[in-house]
Design a protein around this ligand. Structure first.
Ligand SMILES: NC(=O)C1=CN([C@@H]2O[C@H](COP(=O)(O)OP(=O)(O)OC[C@H]3O[C@@H](n4cnc5c(N)ncnc54)[C@H](O)[C@@H]3O)[C@@H](O)[C@H]2O)C=CC1
Ligand SMILES: O=C(CO)COP(=O)(O)O
Length: 331
């Protein structure tokens, strides 16, 4: 056991978001972050900065990093912040845990079409599960600019404990018990952000972007309700809130990917060699199939899939969306 893990929050994943959340956790006690990249561990421990994934942010001295996942097992709770496609392998590589796991990745597993809480439960059946999701660009949170998130936890007592440990005046979790709703909002908004980026890349204007956000939200709601999410969660921070944020700025990796596609770039080129993750590119095909399974129409998600596979150009998918039959708004 590493000295100083008592009362510590562990963070699994040293990307931009894991590092920003370590900064949040460190404001209330020790924070121990596991990173895959030895350079990240060295950079945090020697310079109090994650120069690879969150450069130019001075980290709290209470943030320490380790290259050994085993060092985290005695932490009070673990924030799980790997990209969605890697979460299963990382959790499977740990001993059986009993502390709460707070899942922070926004996506669905490609191979199984499962949400993250289902994956976590399969790999760590004894650990209480929570989901933390909302409109939060990592660099703003790390700089302690105000933000609010949904903290969805089935066990209310665990929720209260996590709230007490993680809340700050500038980082406000709102409790919910709708784990499915919190996860679906975060996963779907990434795909819709790619679509909004396309609108921007093609110079289609702000009216078109607002229309796409609204119709995208209708898709998120249809799918979410069919999968057991609550409407109020989808309209909250982890759904509509994050959709608006991510669809509004090139600070979003998903929006930027879409913008590149809209400007005529190919998905293969835009995704090649990128070190940071654009989760929507992985979620789009999974979501498309999952929607078909429950008989839900998601035309914007289908358009993003066609663009990502190269089946259709940006011009063609926009044309197809605009040619869809007119219908009642709530239908
Ligand atoms: N960056 C942000 O502002 C936010 C990100 N998120 C979510 O957090 C999750 C992590 O994203 P970021 O921290 O931004 O990542 P990032 O894009 O900054 O860094 C990539 C991460 O992927 C990890 N990685 C690459 N290959 C891996 C493997 N084989 N096994 C395990 N990990 C591997 C790297 O170690 C690194 O931690 C994503 O699901 C993202 O949607 C959620 C809220 C905000
Ligand atoms: O989830 C995010 C903000 O809430 C980050 O968005 P991107 O992954 O698109 O950068």
């Amino acid at each position: 056991m590493t000295a100083g893990t008592q009362g510590a929050i562990g963070i699994i994943g040293g990307g931009a978001w894991g590092t920003a959340l370590a900064q949040v956790a460190a404001a209330g006690g020790p924070a121990l972050l596991w990173a895959r990249e030895p350079d990240v561990v060295t950079s945090i421990n020697s310079r109090h900065e994650n120069s690879l994934f969150l450069p130019r942010v001075a980290l709290d001295r209470q943030v320490r990093a380790t290259a050994d996942l085993g060092d985290l097992v005695e932490c009070d709770a673990l924030l799980v912040v790997t990209p969605a496609q890697h979460m299963r392998a990382v959790l499977a590589g740990m001993p059986r845990l009993a502390c709460p796991l707070i899942l922070c990745a926004k996506g669905m597993e490609e191979a199984t079409r499962k949400l993250m809480h289902d994956v976590a439960r399969e790999e760590q059946p004894d650990a209480p599960i929570a989901v933390l999701s909302g409109p939060t660009f990592a660099h703003e949170v790390a700089a302690r600019q105000p933000a609010a998130v949904t903290l969805a936890v089935e066990d209310a007592e665990v929720g209260e404990r996590l709230l007490a440990r993680l809340a700050r005046p500038w980082f406000r979790p709102y409790l919910s018990d709708d784990v499915i709703g919190a996860e679906i909002g975060g996963a779907v908004k990434n795909v819709l952000a790619i679509a909004c980026g396309v609108v921007d890349g093609r110079g289609l204007g702000l009216n078109a972007r607002a229309a796409l956000i609204s119709r995208g939200f209708a898709e998120m709601t249809r799918f979410g309700l069919a999968r057991g999410a609550r409407a109020e969660t989808l309209a909250g921070l982890s759904g509509l809130g994050d959709l608006v944020l991510t669809c509004s700025s090139t600070n979003s990796r998903n929006f930027s990917l879409g913008k590149g596609l809209g400007e005529g770039g190919s998905a293969a080129d835009l995704l090649a060699d990128r070190r940071t993750v654009a989760e929507g590119a992985f979620t789009a095909p999974v979501l498309h199939r999952a929607a078909a399974e429950v008989g839900i129409d998601m035309p914007i998600v289908a358009a993003v899939c066609a663009l990502l596979t190269g089946e259709a150009s940006a011009a063609a998918v926009v044309e197809q969306l605009l040619a869809r039959p007119l219908r009642a708004e709530g239908g």
